[in-house]
Design a protein around this ligand. Structure first.
Ligand code: 26Q
Length: 816
């Protein structure tokens, strides 16, 4: 066995400064005098990475040699956020870094600002994956994150002069990126197309038409105070033939690079979330690409140098979690590997495969469940289509033998002859299926996957999402973190978040509540400075900061929020509410819309134009302002969440699987206005109904209304506030008199309104009045906000991971 050295011991600030100097000199090749903040950022990052190297090697060795099963988290998205501050925190080098940078003659802020955030995810699902791998490392559980190193992440969002969203490519690798290490020597070959031939002995051979080289880029995932460093392995697609020499000799330059372009296209771009079916060939190529490479990689890691490994032990070595349906092609791929590459029989292969995989569902919208045309799978992965057909046949037999009726069997088909339903394949091909909040998991069982839960009730479970307190409290909100530590007399809460409960008695202590209020105020002042610097906004930190940040989607109902803002604007302007009765408010929106999502993009345009009109109207100055900082990302979240007084979680009940922003806001001492949806339900249960602003229809009421036949126009007619707000959108108030600018949006509200924004409007306006009344009492507001913090410890992703360990993965941390 190789000798594993102990982790590098912490260093002094002087020593760390020397390490940065050394990196500057020998790897950046600049003198300290020549260096820019960006050079220092790269040098310091590499120095921190070096500090983590020994722990990384030791964790890898223990993972392979230890007797604990590892976790493989397969995800098309990892929305990591910036790395430097997090790595410093977990390496115990924060103070040394701050002092060293000063000693080198730089400003800490400039150095930290030089880091560019990788946007390798769309939103909740990708950020959840990042929180989970942070928590696994912090708990000391051996784990691999497996995904794709997209060359272009989620698009950069800008707004044009009309307030429309403009998407530009986000080339995040334009400058040196010190965190990922590309490992050309641990590559994998991934093949596509061609045909399947039957051999004389009845076995099958897939003869693919083309192959791609999958090269891993490794990111270290340091645990907080665990001494463990796990691996995030993101695959990058390269071509085997750099260019086609034959074509090149004929001087056909463009043709010569075609195979290279085709191969490298696979990891070129992240699909911007589209909750409707997008049957794109490239998307399937991406999914198969990273999943095939990852499964082969796991075999390489756990059976090093073995030609004929005993893969019946594979499920004891590693358990794979499928993050939504995106990696579900892994099920037929593992079957193929076991049967075609290692010669196992079908039943043995099936037994290994079903023990290896579990599936997490993140949606309730049936249209968001992936379904692939069989013809596409047949063309791209002909052997996999055969395997899927056979899985489906076996499944039908199993259902028959269980006495399931014919029609139900048909409804449950994994393979319909035309299409492959990935969620069904995942449910049958894995051991467990989980939703991401109690309500969501219940609805999965009762509605979305009801037939499956009837036949396989034991497969279904819940694991409520969580967020990492290291990034979203400690790093994002150092003031609150210090106050919590002061209140609890220890900082152990950062790895045991339920300890926040100890703050509960302090909610009775007015002095402590005042300190808590002062933290929020200081964060708002900070955010105002940040927003001035980054966006040129002039914010008033003496107003209520009211925030709605999340992807733009009809079901999330940004429309409800903007209609209420319009209504408030109209009331103040007309003098209907007296100036002295208005609670001054600054409303923030942050949201990207999928580039092809017409109504979502129009909603963005409307919000921007409401912002323009309201912010320039002297009649409401100091009372109401609306800001839409563009390009919402993890960095902006870390600045805005700690500065927020009131958070909006106002999706139609039964549509938001969980939400994780809601948890981040509660942990940072914001109050929530929300519906009984997703994890809101559990947040409210924990923080107490009296500390949560609930409004709107429940899931049952929504269902009833759909059944009765929903008529949005009747709500428009019944509530004059709503009518007036919609009329203002229609009459050109927010489009320089153009009455057509928003007509598709207005028409949708009045005739369809699928997510019942109009039906919930009155309740929403009423709760806003209650909110304003409470906000007027600063001490009471902050007492309640503090109780939100004290009772949100459950929403740590450490707890989520413990639930997965117990309910799904059946594994444990490594021994020391
Ligand atoms: C699918 C097919 C083709 C192209 C893109 C996609 C695609 C990509 C991303 C579909 C969905 C997503 C992302 C979904 C997502 O972020 N869901 C959210 O997951 C969170 C974590 O569990 C929950 O908190 C949110 O409620 C849920 O909306």
């Amino acid at each position: 066995m190789t000798e594993i050295t102990a982790p590098k011991s912490p260093v002094t600030a002087e020593q760390f400064a020397d390490e940065i100097r050394e990196q500057l000199k020998y790897t950046q090749n600049v003198t300290t005098e020549q260096a820019t903040p960006a050079d220092v950022y790269v040098a310091a990052s590499k120095a921190v990475r070096n500090h983590l190297a020994d722990s990384w090697f030791k964790t890898q060795a223990d993972t392979v040699n230890g007797n604990t099963k590892a976790v493989g988290y397969l995800s098309a998205e990892f929305l990591m956020g910036k790395q430097l501050r997090n790595a410093l925190l977990n390496a115990g080098l924060t103070e040394q870094f701050d002092k060293a940078v000063e000693a080198l003659g730089f400003k800490v802020q400039d150095v930290v600002d030089a880091e560019y955030e990788p946007g390798l995810g769309n939103g909740g699902l990708g950020r959840l994956a990042a929180c989970f791998i942070d928590s696994l490392a912090s708990l000391g559980v051996p784990a691999f994150g497996y995904g794709i190193q997209y060359k272009y992440g989620i698009f950069k969002q800008e707004f044009d002069k009309d307030g429309k969203q403009v998407e530009t490519p986000d080339y995040w690798l334009a400058n040196e990126e010190p965190w990922g290490h590309i490992d050309y020597n641990r590559d994998q070959k991934v093949s596509f197309g061609g045909k399947v031939v039957e051999n004389a002995d009845g076995t099958k051979t897939w003869q693919p038409a083309w192959s791609v080289r999958a090269v891993p880029v490794d990111y270290l995932v340091p645990g907080y105070k665990s001494g463990r460093v796990n691996t995030l392995r993101l695959w990058s697609a390269k071509s085997y033939d750099e260019f086609d020499l034959l074509a090149f000799n004929r001087s056909e330059y463009m043709e010569a690079v075609t195979p290279q372009v085709k191969a490298e296209n696979i990891s070129k771009i992240l699909y911007p979330e589209d909750s409707t079916k997008v049957g794109k060939e490239l998307r399937l190529e991406q999914q198969y690409f990273f999943v095939s490479a990852s499964l082969h990689d796991a075999i390489r890691v756990f059976y090093p140098g073995q030609d004929k490994p005993d893969l019946t032990t594979f499920p004891n070595k590693i358990v794979f979690q499928l993050n939504d349906t995106h990696p579900v092609i892994g099920i037929p791929e593992l079957m193929r590997i076991l049967i075609d590459e290692y010669g196992y029989d079908w039943d043995t292969a099936w037994s290994i495969t079903t023990k290896t995989f579990n599936y997490t569902c993140h949606t309730l919208l049936p249209e968001a469940l992936e379904v692939w045309p069989a013809s596409l799978i047949g063309e791209l992965l002909p052997r996999h289509l055969e395997i899927i057909e056979k899985i489906n046949a076996q499944f039908e037999d199993e259902l028959k033998s269980k006495g399931v009726d014919k029609n139900t069997i048909k409804d449950m088909a994994i393979y319909t002859g035309d299409a492959v339903r990935m969620a069904y394949l995942a449910t049958y091909g894995g051991s467990h299926v989980n939703g991401v909040a109690e309500l969501h998991s219940q609805l999965l069982k009762d509605v979305t996957l009801k037939n499956f839960s009837d036949v396989y009730p034991d497969k279904f479970t819940n694991v409520t999402n969580g967020v990492t307190p290291r990034r979203f409290v400690k790093l994002a909100n150092p003031r609150l973190s210090d106050l919590i530590t002061e209140g609890l007399g220890t900082d152990k809460w950062l790895s045991d978040l339920e300890m926040l409960k100890g703050l509960e008695p302090l909610a009775k202590d007015d002095e402590f509540v005042k300190k808590f209020a002062a933290v929020k105020k200081a964060n708002k002042v900070d955010f105002a400075a940040y927003a001035k610097r980054e966006y040129g906004f002039e914010l008033d930190p003496n107003t209520m900061f009211n925030t709605m940040v999340k992807r733009l989607h009809e079901y999330k109902r940004q429309s409800l929020k903007i209609l209420s803002v319009i209504s408030t604007y109209a009331d103040i302007k007309s003098g209907k509410v007296k100036a002295e009765d208005v609670t001054p408010r600054t409303v923030f929106f942050g949201a990207k819309a999928a580039p092809g999502y017409y109504l979502a993009k129009m909603t963005i345009q409307l919000i921007n134009n409401v912002s323009r009109v309201v912010n320039n109207d002297p009649d409401v100055k100091g009372k109401l302002a609306v800001y839409f900082p563009w390009n919402y990302n993890v960095r902006l979240a870390q600045h805005l969440i700690p500065a927020t007084d009131l958070d909006e979680q106002i999706s139609q009940a039964g549509k938001e699987a969980s939400g994780t922003g809601n948890m981040k806001f509660a942990l940072n001492g914001a109050m929530t206005v929300g519906t009984l949806d997703g994890a809101n339900v559990e947040i409210r249960e924990r923080v107490g109904a009296e500390n949560f602003f609930l409004f709107g229809m429940t899931v049952d009421e929504v269902e009833k209304k759909y059944a009765e036949g929903y008529n949005p126009a009747s709500y428009y007619e019944a509530d004059p506030r709503l009518k007036h707000a919609i009329d203002m959108v229609a009459d050109g108030t927010f489009s320089n008199g153009d009455r057509n600018a928003y007509s598709p949006l207005v028409a949708d509200w009045l005739t369809k309104d699928w997510f019942m924004t109009l039906a919930d409007f009155s309740a929403y306006m009423d709760i806003q009045s209650e909110i304003e009344a409470l906000y007027a009492d600063e001490l009471e507001w902050n007492r309640k906000a503090l109780l939100n913090v004290a009772n949100s410890g459950y929403f740590s992703s450490d707890r989520s991971m413990e639930d997965y360990l117990e309910r799904i993965w059946h594994t444990a941390p490594l021994a020391d």
